[in-house]
Design a protein around this ligand. Structure first.
Ligand code: NAP
Length: 249
């Protein structure tokens, strides 16, 4: 049996992953501020395979008890997959215009929340001998600078390095967690809508992203979700590695 704990499961990639897992009978624990109405219908018509924990990931002080609560709920023998997927692109502005409040939101959702959740997950499962995987959803922006995306690029780069260090460390413990970064490429989600609606002075590449949409170059979150789940099926995941969807299709 598999249990998937997925942040940012109300929309986009997180929602697509959760729906595919539910279809194959896996247990899903969904974490976001809102819920996709389709899950509410599924939850009321299904058994206890689906839970939703309303959470604002900016409230990082609550995340340790969130992990504790989740782990008391899951089956002792179940394989555990923790997918840190929630992310925000804002603020899209050149440096000098970012503002502390927007910077803090970006740091908390994209970086602090996944690293606190991962730290707690590793701590609270360290004695547990079963398959344990953490997926940190990354981006090409972890590796490449984009004009106007300083907060997003920095948080994704930080999360990628955290994943590499954690992978290195976990390789040396008795019951390791396997941690990977997964870069999904450009997807047709709300996040891309936010990118296309940025002010062109704040984001000089805006037209390029409008072209991606118009020319049908954005991947569907469903295709990305199935590619990730196929990757997780394999037995040879490399701890700490950055997996790029472009190399998997
Ligand atoms: N879309 C792309 O082209 C693209 C490209 C590369 C990487 N990515 C990465 O892929 C992941 C998924 O992106 P997406 O495009 O599917 O995004 P999306 O459609 O905008 O969905 C973002 C998800 O994050 C959740 N979220 C945002 N702020 C939150 C908060 N404060 N607390 C809890 N949950 C929060 C949202 O849930 P609520 O609003 O309900 O809280 C939502 O479920 C992100 O990590 C993103 O950086 C996306």
């Amino acid at each position: 049996m598999k249990t998937f704990i997925i942040t940012g499961a109300s929309k986009g990639l997180g929602s697509a992953i959760a729906k595919q897992c539910l279809r194959t009978g896996d247990r899903c624990i969904l974490i976001s501020r809102t819920i996709d109405p389709a899950f509410e219908v599924l939850a009321s018509s299904s058994d206890s395979k689906l839970s939703f924990i309303p959470t604002d990931l900016k409230e990082t002080e609550k995340l340790s008890s969130l992990v504790k609560g989740i782990l008391t709920e899951v089956d002792e023998k179940s394989d555990l997959y923790f997918i840190n997927n929630a992310g925000i692109i804002d603020p899209i502005k050149p440096i000098g215009n970012l503002g502390q409040e927007c910077l803090e939101s970006s740091m908390k959702v994209n970086f602090m929340a996944p690293i606190v959740l991962t730290d707690e997950f590793i701590k609270q499962t360290s004695d547990s001998d079963r398959k344990k995987v953490v997926v940190n959803i990354s981006s090409g922006a972890a590796k490449n600078p984009y004009h106007g995306w300083a907060a997003y690029c920095s948080t994704k780069a930080g999360l990628e390095m955290f994943t590499r260090v954690a992978g290195l460390e976990q390789d040396k413990v008795p019951f390791p967690v396997c941690l990977i970064s997964f870069s999904p490429g450009v997807m047709d989600t709300e996040m891309q809508g936010t990118i296309r609606s940025a002010d062109e002075h704040d984001f000089v590449d805006r037209d390029k992203f409008q072209d991606y949409k118009e020319k049908g170059m954005l991947r569907s979150p469903e295709l990305v979700a199935s590619t990730l789940l196929q990757l997780l099926e394999g037995e040879d995941l490399e701890n700490g590695k950055f997996y790029d969807i472009k190399d998997l299709l």
